[in-house]
Design a binder for this molecule. Structure first.
Ligand SMILES: C[S@@+](CC[C@H](N)C(=O)[O-])C[C@H]1O[C@@H](n2cnc3c(N)ncnc32)[C@H](O)[C@@H]1O
Length: 393
């Protein structure tokens, strides 16, 4: 276990992910301290490969020296493009361990400001990303290489994709990153420190209705309207620049006892907005489903109900808001099938030794083939732990 981050549901998630193909190609979408990645690498043969992502440059220093690993400094929302690119690269040369800084500067937060100004919001009330994403996608565009059939690469797909969502302990415990109300620090909360949108920008520039939306939807904060009003009132005297100033502004909404519970929700809400986490997750799920080969596994660990609901909906319906879309014959055509009908939860022992595991939920799904079958029977002994006879939750 590194000090950077103690991995959660480590055996459960990696056992579900790798199932029966240790020679395959896997993706760890949230590298962090590299705990899950190291476990995946330890179970792969020399032919196996791992493509990992993190948008936080601090995570890059945790990369093990392993030529089977490619660590990409970017948002996992682009997983599908990078998976294609890796197939392309693999054709050109043997994989060498690489740390790639493809992002330079995160764009989606900047775009969110513009999208808000233009009044663009999707059906969740999430900000819609604009221009610079397209710019980034153009930069990351996959060109068909010499004799390389990109479509064939796409068809092949990867064997498994893991995402362990949210922030790392390192991010949370580094005072100056501003993720925690435990420290008085600048209101920052950016996972990618090159992104332009900070929590201070959100708190000081969003209008009252927008602040209410962020607090209500992303923090499920009771009395979000009153809290938004208090923030707007406090910032007329002076901009709210630190966590301490934010806490003081909303103090009248906080109970005498148990104020930490409310603060945790408020900070979660602003963190999700700053990093556009819900939009990234939606794009990631779509890209992950397209990047998996038939029989490939998707394993996602979530830490709050909003993201768990999106993952559950996506697995069940093929979209994050749970729309049941049927074809002409009344059949649902979805790319994935759930392996664990109930989410896998950490054991009491794990929660006792790592309190950050307490809200974790793991969902595992398998990619169907074009006939709509999931091949979920091919998962070997371990897969039965997730697959059998459980009611959906
Ligand atoms: C809970 S930690 C993962 C910890 C990791 N599994 C381990 O064992 O150390 C989440 C990590 O995902 C990264 N992350 C969150 N959202 C991301 C996104 N949209 N794209 C890329 N990385 C992201 C964060 O920067 C953080 O390092």
């Amino acid at each position: 276990m590194s000090e950077y981050h103690t991995p959660v549901l480590l055996d459960e998630s990696v056992s579900a992910l790798i199932a029966d193909n240790p020679k395959g190609t896997y993706v760890d979408a949230t590298f962090g301290g590299g705990g899950h990645s190291r476990e995946i690498l330890s179970r792969l043969t020399p032919e196996g490969r791992l493509i990992a992502f993190d948008r936080d440059s601090d995570a890059l220093a945790n990369a093990p020296d392993d030529k089977r690993l490619t660590l990409i400094h970017n948002n996992f929302r682009f997983v599908h493009n990078f998976v294609l690119e890796q197939f392309h690269e693999a054709r050109k040369a043997d994989a060498t361990a690489t740390v790639e800084d493809c992002a330079g500067r995160s764009s989606q937060a900047d775009d969110n400001v513009e999208a808000r100004k233009a009044g663009k919001q999707d059906h969740y009330g999430f900000g819609v990303e604009a221009g610079a994403d397209d710019e980034f996608m153009a930069a990351a565009k996959i060109e068909g290489g010499e004799g390389f059939d990109v479509e064939a690469g796409l068809e092949a797909g990867v064997d498994g994709i893991l995402a362990d969502l949210g922030v790392s302990s390192h991010q949370f415990d580094t005072a100056e990153r501003g993720f925690s109300f435990r420290y008085d620090a600048p209101l920052d909360m950016r996972m990618n420190v090159k992104a332009r949108l900070t929590a201070a920008e959100v708190v000081n520039s969003y209008d009252e209705k927008e602040l209410e939306r962020v607090l209500r939807i992303y923090g499920e904060v009771d009395g979000a309207g009153r809290m938004a009003r208090l923030i707007c009132k406090a910032r007329t005297a002076k901009a709210i620049e630190t966590t301490g100033e934010l806490d003081a502004a909303i103090a009248p909404c906080l109970p005498k006892f148990g104020e930490h519970k409310i603060l945790a929700k408020v900070y979660q809400a602003f963190r999700i907005e700053v990093n556009q986490e819900m939009k990234s997750l939606e794009k990631f799920l779509d890209g992950a489903a397209r990047s998996l080969k038939p029989g490939g596994r998707l394993a996602v660990i979530t830490y709050h109900s909003l993201e768990d609901r999106m993952v559950k909906n996506f697995i069940k319906c093929g979209n994050v808001d749970g729309r049941m879309e049927k074809d002409l014959y009344g059949n649902m055509s979805t790319p994935l099938e759930a392996l664990n009908r109930k989410p896998i939860l950490p054991s009491e022992d794990e929660i006792a030794s790592n309190t950050r595991a307490r809200s974790a939920k793991l969902r595992v799904a398998v990619k169907k083939d074009c006939s709509g079958r999931s091949r979920s029977g091919s998962g070997g002994e371990k897969a039965d732990r997730w697959g059998k006879g459980q009611e959906e939750e």
